[in-house]
Design a protein around this ligand. Structure first.
Ligand SMILES: NC(=O)c1ccc[n+]([C@@H]2O[C@H](COP(=O)([O-])OP(=O)(O)OC[C@H]3O[C@@H](n4cnc5c(N)ncnc54)[C@H](O)[C@@H]3O)[C@@H](O)[C@H]2O)c1
Ligand SMILES: N[C@@H](CCO)C(=O)O
Ligand code: NA
Length: 436
């Protein structure tokens, strides 16, 4: 049988890795897929650079629409990124009856409902393993490997750039900006790196996982998004003293009346495996009712690790291409007419424990007033640390770890404590998860 023909839109970091790995491993991939898979056409605005990557291996064009219009092409890979032209091209490829592979989590988290509906109506597949945790086969695991389970929660380090920044800052004491530049140089960062550092990229990925885990539509607009830019070294150090690491986590959790969906810096016990995931590595913890807690670890960014996931999707599509569309694995794991409209909960209803740091006047009764406020709101204290103040110093830091509480109550307690004249600076509040 002649190879299935693939068109590649965008041959930058991930595109070039995809082209190279597919060439290098073509024989083994053919033996697995049951048919050869060949990128025969590549579109990139920078045709000279594209030609330098593909040589004589594929036809290079500057206009992506030429690829979509080619009737010989069965699968289109979109590796341009963003919600703009990438969305138009994906919709046009679907309309032209092509299967689509994409690494574009931003596009799917925001426009997934429209894209999957169009693909379903047209009987084509939109595959996106590379969009979440890059090379880690987490979509495959959630959608197929764990399909017996009622998923209870997922928590993951799903942005390599921010984990790299936090790790390098902690281990080498390097400055934020220096480490961010290095992450950009290594090809981890998004075209707009504020997506990484402000938690948007992680929220895109958490949104996609929430849909697949719980059988709900992708709803990025309901996600709570908080990055690492406001994190202070003092809190990283106090957390460490108390036996915790701070990581940027993407969390989605089943609750009685809805689902939680949130990204924020989080204290995790240092002894958990996931607390020790360093550098640009990603890790996702999934808790299913039958399987218990499972952990997936690997490279979430970079040229060839991401290509690994793109090509896995190409192989899947090659195998499924001729199968009856009604019996394929559904895009969001649940059949499209079975998605639930259970809501994503507002942050006031989220339940977590907290790390609090209060800069207080070193006077009698201060601590009693603070703990009194927490007690009135039913917030129970798990651990408490007061820094010994230096000779003649009139203020000190009080660190409090709480047990689980409803976030709305915590916000009210913080407002009350903040109003005390003996609380001298804005209270630092970081959420904490035990993840067991
Ligand atoms: N870099 C990673 O590690 C990584 C990991 C997972 C997912 N992703 C996602 O993969 C996608 C691609 O990321 P990347 O890092 O390879 O980006 P990149 O910037 O390295 O590559 C994008 C390429 O698209 C080309 N391009 C831009 N507009 C075009 C157009 N209209 N027509 C044709 N080509 C066009 C650019 O010239 C460039 O070569 C993004 O959605 C990104 O979020 C990246
Ligand atoms: N910018 C992303 C790329 C992988 O999706 C990251 O740093 O993880
Ligand atoms: Na993946």
């Amino acid at each position: 049988m002649k190879p299935i023909q693939v068109g590649l839109l965008g041959i930058g970091t991930v595109g070039s890795g995809t082209f190279n790995v597919l060439q290098r491993n073509q024989e083994e991939i053919r033996r697995r897929a049951g048919r050869g898979i060949q990128i025969t056409m590549v579109a990139d605005l920078d045709t000279a650079r594209a030609k330098s990557v593909v040589g004589d291996g594929a036809k290079v064009v500057g206009d992506a629409r030429e690829v979509i219009a080619n009737p010989e092409i069965d699968i289109v890979i979109e590796l341009i990124g963003g919600y703009g032209i990438a969305k138009t091209l994906v919709m046009e490829a679907i309309a032209a009856g092509k299967h689509v592979v994409t690494a574009n989590k931003a596009l799917l988290a925001v426009h997934g409902t429209e894209i999957f509906a169009a693909a379903h109506a047209k009987g084509v597949i939109v595959a996106f393993e590379a969009a979440v945790a890059g090379g880690i086969p987490i979509i495959k695991a959630l959608r197929e490997g764990l399909t017996a389970n009622r998923i209870e929660w997922i928590a993951g380090i799903i942005n390599g750039t921010t984990n790299f920044i936090l790790s390098e800052m902690r281990a080498k004491g390097l400055d934020f900006d220096v480490v961010l530049k290095e992450a950009q140089r290594l090809g981890y960062a998004e075209a707009d790196p504020t997506f990484d550092i402000e938690g948007v990229d992680a929220a895109h990925k958490a949104t996609i996982m929430s849909a697949i885990a719980f059988g709900i539509p992708v709803q990025f607009d309901k996600a709570h998004v908080e990055g690492i830019t406001k994190l202070q070294a003092a809190d990283i150090n106090y957390a460490e003293q108390l036996g915790y690491r701070i990581k940027l986590l993407g969390i989605t959790k089943r609750r009685d009346k809805g689902f939680e969906l949130r990204v924020h810096p989080t204290l995790i016990p240092s002894k958990r495996l996931i607390a020790n995931v360093e550098g640009a590595m990603n890790a996702v913890v999934v808790h299913g009712d039958a399987v218990g807690t499972t952990l997936y670890y690997g490279k979430g960014a970079g040229s060839e690790p991401t290509a690994s996931a793109v090509i896995a999707d190409l192989v899947d599509i090659t195998r499924l291409h001729t199968a009856d569309p009604d019996h394929r694995v559904p895009h969001l794991a649940f059949q499209p007419n079975e998605l639930a409209n259970t809501p994503i909960l507002g942050m006031d209803e989220v339940v977590t424990s907290f790390y609090l740091r209060l800069q207080v006047a070193d006077q009698a009764g201060v601590l009693a007033r603070i703990t009194g406020i927490l007690a009135e709101r039913g917030i129970s204290i798990d651990a408490l640390l007061q820094r010994e103040s230096a000779e003649g110093e009139a203020q000190t830091d009080v660190i409090i770890l709480t047990h689980d509480t409803v976030e709305g109550e915590m916000n009210k307690a913080i407002a009350q404590m903040q109003a005390l004249p003996t609380v001298l600076a804005p209270i630092v509040r970081i959420r904490k998860e035990e993840l067991n």
